[in-house]
Design a protein around this ligand. Structure first.
Ligand SMILES: Nc1ncnc2c1ncn2[C@@H]1O[C@H](COP(=O)(O)OP(=O)(O)OP(=O)(O)O)[C@@H](O)[C@H]1O
Length: 266
């Protein structure tokens, strides 16, 4: 992505974003609510046309290729997806559409089933997607994108609605697919610790620009303060980077003192 600018009408959300993600890499995009993370992902997937700048996947300018070719390159899981009444199995199998000829092949069926089983959805495969839980639905969306076998997997908050065990099952599945097939995953995350657990690179977004981009060395108390405006400790826990917000935050007192939620402190 090179020098990308994007505006909603007169509001400029992305102000010259450049970044490069490699094969076999998991890249997490981090930053506060409303900073432009989803907008960035939608530009990567060609769902938003940037004001200027380019996005290339495997050398192809996505704005210039047919949608079926695009679907072979990029699999996208949005934060909120529409629910149509299909079974879990069919919903995942549909991910194979960019690869199929006139009909689904045995290989398509096998790939769909393997992903479903790996994500622990086997016993739900004949359930309708409008009759499963929010977390199960999230896993179905991710399973479909994995079954699509794209070069680039773009995930908007993949841990949404998932309990701690399912967060790790899903992230491990994504990690496995990335390592096994050498594809690239770019995802937004609010949980920095989960991102730190599984990602190779981190992009901190602030004011429509990249505040930091790199390996786990960019996760520092300074960048957390700069981007989120909070104090936090960043510790190494057995080789794992862990961010722990400090209990005392001067601005929390201001918020509580101002009576947010009706709980004015005396
Ligand atoms: N369709 C739209 N029309 C106008 N403004 C929009 C639209 N979608 C998003 N915005 C605005 O653009 C900004 C960036 O939104 P975006 O959804 O990209 O943020 P985000 O970082 O993904 O937020 P979150 O972490 O809360 O999901 C926000 O101020 C938002 O209100």
């Amino acid at each position: 992505m090179e020098d990308l600018h994007f505006s909603y009408e007169s509001k400029e959300v992305l102000k010259g974003v450049s970044l490069r993600a490699e094969k076999n890499e998991i890249v997490s995009i981090l930053g506060p609510n409303g900073v432009g993370k989803t907008t960035l992902l939608r530009c990567i997937c060609n769902m938003h046309r940037p004001d200027s700048g380019t996005v290339r996947v495997c050398g192809s300018d996505l704005s210039a290729i047919p949608s079926k070719e695009m679907a072979k390159l990029v699999g996208y899981v949005p934060q909120k997806a529409d629910v149509t009444r299909t079974t879990v199995f069919d919903s995942v199998l549909i991910g194979r559409r960019p690869h199929m000829g006139m009909a689904f092949s045995d290989r398509d069926l096998e790939i769909a089933w393997n992903v479903i089983e790996s994500l622990g959805l086997g016993d739900k495969s004949l359930d309708f997607v409008d009759e499963i839980s929010g977390g199960e639905f999230q896993k179905v969306q991710i399973a479909r994108a994995i079954a699509q076998e794209p070069e680039l997997l773009v995930l908007d908050e993949p841990s949404n609605n998932l309990d701690i065990a399912n967060q790790h099952i899903t992230m491990r599945m994504i990690e496995h697919v990335v390592r096994e097939h050498g594809l690239c995953t770019v995802m937004t995350m609010h949980d920095i610790n989960l991102a730190a657990y599984y990602s190779d690179k981190f992009v901190f977004v602030k004011d429509g620009m990249i505040a930091a981009f790199g390996g786990r060395e960019v996760i520092t108390p300074e960048i957390i303060r700069e981007v989120y405006g909070i104090e936090a400790d960043v510790i190494d826990h057995g080789g794992q980077t862990v961010v722990i917000p400090c209990r005392e935050q001067p601005q929390y007192d201001d918020i509580v003192g101002a009576g947010v939620g009706g709980h004015r402190r005396k």
